[in-house]
Write a protein that binds this ligand. Structure first.
Ligand code: BJ8
Length: 425
């Protein structure tokens, strides 16, 4: 960062000491994991810039937007519809939940055996180290897994402007009605917060911006099907992560530029790793910034990650919202349809997810599937067992990994990952 942003952070009420230590940790991890890669596409410089200014210029943009009367909405889950937020000229930011922070304080509130993602959200709030969280005019929680919905009861004490959205657990007619009801309520809440009446034209524009972003990310996904892979899994994950907090128009344009460069690389048969490098599909829990542990271990062990079946990946982006509705009601129906099709493990049953993993495995020519669950995440851990059986029935190599955000287990993980790579190669 070239500017001194300390007065801005102070104004936001951040704990400067905690914030400094967070930024320093993030900078070191970024340097060691992301910047130390070889053969990166030149256009990744944009992402490096965004990451270097993530608590600087981007926060300034948010605060400037707030001064102009716009609202900032923070979210923890891909079920929060960006289309509606954009339609009200508000800004949606994903809240980072990818690092252990202030764990001692967190474990005074939450049981130790809570997943790292939930604990991370509490850590950032308790330590007042996250400028996105402090800049948010409203934070949206969602009743997804048991861990999250119970933890939100406690988080509400710390974040009074936490709004909870209920979500269905089954893909039934009633389930869809519940989602319709909740998205309608969310739309009203956003209208009240922003003072903007959401018209059909506004909603159509929100859908268009969101769809363009998803299409750019899916274009990137498809380019990774080629051997040699034109981009590393780490860089592709980084792009998917930044999608949650960069300006959507600027971000979409940048991803398309990265894709243009990847197409040139493909034409020249240039890869980030040599042709024939073992290819792995990652499936499971979302990986938020700065959770790069597993792809980093995979790629330094001689394989390449060619896809993420995850909410920070294809599960989050693959479905588009139809823009055909004639009025707000019809457009809202289309939004409901789109979100109802997200195959998150909180749904029971959730067979679509397994089909999607098989499809991605084939499409991206992956030699094996690695299933990643956070410790104490029941939805994804439980789903991983039948998925393993059925994929192995189809002779697909499968490795289940359970971990957290600490680095304590990297030696053991590396050994298992290397053994798996040896099998698939
Ligand atoms: S739509 S995956 S972003 S809920 S890892 S907190 S499930 S115990 S994150 Fe998710 Fe939305 Fe679903 Fe996607 Fe619970 Fe598991 Fe923790 Fe999790």
């Amino acid at each position: 960062m070239t500017t001194d942003y300390r007065p801005m952070w102070q104004e936001l009420g951040l704990d400067l000491e905690a914030h400094d230590s967070l930024l320093q940790g993030l900078g070191e991890t970024y340097q060691n994991i992301i910047l130390s890669q070889k053969n990166r596409p030149e256009t990744m410089a944009y992402l490096d810039f965004v990451m270097s200014e993530v608590h600087g210029l981007r926060i300034k943009e948010l605060l400037d937007a707030k001064k102009d009367g716009r609202k900032v909405i923070g979210a923890f889950c891909v079920f929060v519809p960006e289309e509606i937020v954009l339609a009200a000229d508000a800004i949606l930011v994903g809240l980072c939940t990818g690092a252990d922070f202030a764990m001692e304080d967190v474990e005074k509130i939450l049981p130790r055996n809570t997943c790292s993602l939930i604990k991370s959200a509490f850590g950032f709030k308790l330590s007042r180290a996250c400028p996105f969280l402090e800049a948010a005019d409203m934070v949206v929680g969602e009743n997804t897994c048991d861990g999250k919905k119970k933890a939100y009861e406690q988080l509400k004490e710390l974040i009074p402007n936490l709004y909870i959205m209920d979500l269905p657990q089954q893909k039934t007619v009633l389930g869809k009605q519940l989602l319709r009801h909740e998205l309608q309520s969310f739309l009203t809440v956003i209208e009240n917060l922003t003072g903007v009446k959401i018209t059909a034209d506004r909603l159509r524009r929100g859908i268009e911006i969101s769809n363009n972003k998803r299409e750019a990310l899916m274009r990137l996904s498809r380019l990774r099907a080629v051997d040699p892979a034109p981009i590393s899994g780490l860089d592709a994950l980084l792009i998917n992560q930044v999608a949650f907090y960069d300006d959507p128009l600027r971000f979409t344009e940048s991803v398309n530029k990265i894709c243009d460069e990847l197409e040139e690389r493909i034409n020249l048969k240039q890869g980030v790793f040599p042709a024939g490098t073992p290819r792995i599909l990652l499936s499971g829990c979302p990986m938020a910034v700065p959770n790069w542990k597993i792809p980093w271990l995979i790629e330094r062990s001689g394989a390449v990650v060619v896809g993420e079946e995850s909410c920070v990946g294809e599960r989050g982006w693959r479905n588009l919202t139809s823009n055909d509705g004639r009025d707000v009601d019809e457009l809202l129906d289309a939004i409901v349809e789109r979100y109802f099709n997200i195959d998150c493990a909180i749904f029971t049953p959730n067979t679509d997810r397994e089909e999607h993993v098989k499809m991605m495995r084939q499409e991206y020519q992956a030699d094996g599937v690695m299933h990643y669950s956070l410790q104490f995440c029941q939805p994804y851990s439980i789903e991983s067992l039948p998925m393993e059986c059925r994929l192995q029935d189809d002779s697909i190599n499968f490795l289940r990994i359970e971990t957290d955000y600490s680095m304590e287990d990297i030696g053991q993980l590396q050994t298992r990952i290397e053994a798996f790579i040896e099998i698939i190669s």
